[in-house]
Design a protein around this ligand. Structure first.
Ligand SMILES: Cc1cc2nc3c(=O)[nH]c(=O)nc-3n(C[C@H](O)[C@H](O)[C@H](O)COP(=O)(O)OP(=O)(O)OC[C@H]3O[C@@H](n4cnc5c(N)ncnc54)[C@H](O)[C@@H]3O)c2cc1C
Length: 386
């Protein structure tokens, strides 16, 4: 059997299994978990059993070794049901990808099998109170002390910050060097002495998943937890992972945009005004037509970026375009779905108000959409010199 046919068969099987899990174990509980902002412990255990925490980790380390194109479809399906769940494994997998791509053999053998099973779950801690987009301005410092580093600093808005066991922490190891990114390194740091979540952050949407402020106070970290062992490569290492993260966020955008569409299509055929379903009114049809077109276009951009990533090509422009378009589509479609629902769209008894609260986050996380436009434009010029 040709390789591509085997991949297709494996993908179909995985997506069917995922669909069953979402229908049986997630969908019935979303409303309660969402509106009470409960971390979904049982669902997380089941996600680990399904192998989601090792989705893109190589099989030799116990992961599923899936291509990014399959991973993107997984993220879309999960986000279609409940976007928060996708965040629980996405930042964990960006951390894992950094180890897989840039870690030493010893680091891969030590960490990846535990990441793959979800025995150790984590995330990425980049953002600080003073900076998010301009990551080269971070103030967290890691100073060499014998065979260890001592890390001090504060990270904020960190997804999985409370429930994670380990975090990839971006820190300055050289605060004099120019350009500034050469003085930045990436460490794996386990929760424990000197490293804790200091505060849970309350937010508009993206409920269930924990967002936290993290404190590192004289946190002693063995030098072999510096990813790749050579300091000064952290910025490059995490930026590589963010391409994967941006494709995931684009896929989440597809999920929220298509969930909004599905609810609008359903409701517009149930609700009647002036003696007929509102789906018969042209004003509603125009919305539905725009919504479905955006979903299809968002998917195509996302799959294209994922395929470029799988080919090992530079794909910051493709991932940026997918992220930009799909997440703006999520905002537009969630708003249109709310309008199609009239007053019920504003009710907590219907899911569309959740889509409306979740969608804006997608334009912020993994690099704001303003930043994506800058990346796209720079690449456009670079690829088309005169
Ligand atoms: C729910 C949630 C979860 C998150 N999870 C994580 C996580 O797990 N790990 C993590 O490290 N971070 C996380 N973040 C942080 C997120 O990545 C940052 O909020 C984001 O990168 C933006 O940074 P900022 O908030 O500091 O905004 P700023 O960088 O201060 O930007 C403010 C505004 O200025 C714009 N801007 C900035 N610079 C430019 C420029 N050069 N040109 C044009 N416009 C510009 C931005 O686009 C934005 O509109 C999370 C945030 C949220 C809300």
């Amino acid at each position: 059997m040709p390789d591509s046919a085997m991949v297709d068969e494996q993908e179909t099987l995985i997506l069917q299994t995922l669909e069953q899990f979402l229908e049986r174990d997630v969908r019935p509980h979303v409303m309660e978990l969402e509106h009470n902002d409960i971390w979904p412990e049982e669902i997380v255990h089941k996600m680990a059993e399904l192998g989601l925490f090792g989705a893109i980790i190589d099989e030799e380390y116990g992961g599923l070794g899936l291509p990014c194109s399959t991973y993107a479809k997984i993220c879309e399906k999960v986000a279609h049901t409940w976007m928060s769940l996708a965040g629980i494994f996405n930042s964990h997998l960006i951390m894992s990808a950094a180890v897989q791509r840039f870690g030493t053999d010893a680091q891969k053998k030590k960490w990846l099998p535990k990441f793959a099973t979800g025995e150790l779950r984590g995330g990425i801690a980049l953002t600080e109170p003073n900076c998010g987009t301009d990551l080269q301005a971070i103030r967290t410092r890691a100073a060499k002390d014998g065979d260890d580093f001592i890390i001090n600093g504060t990270k904020t808005w960190i997804s999985n910050g409370i429930h994670a066991h380990v975090m990839a922490i971006l820190a300055k190891t050289d605060w004099e060097v120019e350009p500034r990114h050469r003085g930045i390194s990436l460490f794996l740091v386990e929760k424990g002495e000197g490293f804790r979540a200091s505060r849970k952050l309350e937010k508009l949407g993206y409920k269930g998943i924990d967002s936290a402020e993290l404190m590192l106070e004289d946190c002693r970290v063995p030098a072999d937890q510096l990813i790749g062992e050579e300091p000064g490569n952290g910025f490059k290492q995490i930026m590589g992972g963010l391409e994967l993260g941006r494709i995931n966020v684009a896929a989440r955008g597809c999920g929220v945009a298509s969930a909004s569409l599905d609810e609008a299509v359903k409701y517009s055929q149930q609700r009647e005004t002036f003696g007929q379903p509102i789906a018969n009114h042209q004003a509603i049809q125009l919305k539905l037509a725009d919504m479905v077109t955006k979903v299809e276009a968002a998917r195509l951009l996302t799959y294209r970026a994922a395929e470029a990533y799988d080919r090992g090509e530079r794909c910051d422009m493709e991932a940026g375009m997918a992220k930009l378009f799909a997440t703006e589509a999520a905002i537009d479609n969630s708003m249109d779905a709310m309008r199609v629902h009239g007053g019920y769209g504003y009710s907590k008894e219907f899911p569309v108000e959740r889509f409306y609260r979740d969608a804006p986050l997608l334009t912020i996380g993994e690099g704001t959409n303003e930043l994506q436009r800058i990346i796209i434009a720079k690449q456009l010029i670079q690829r088309n010199p005169i």
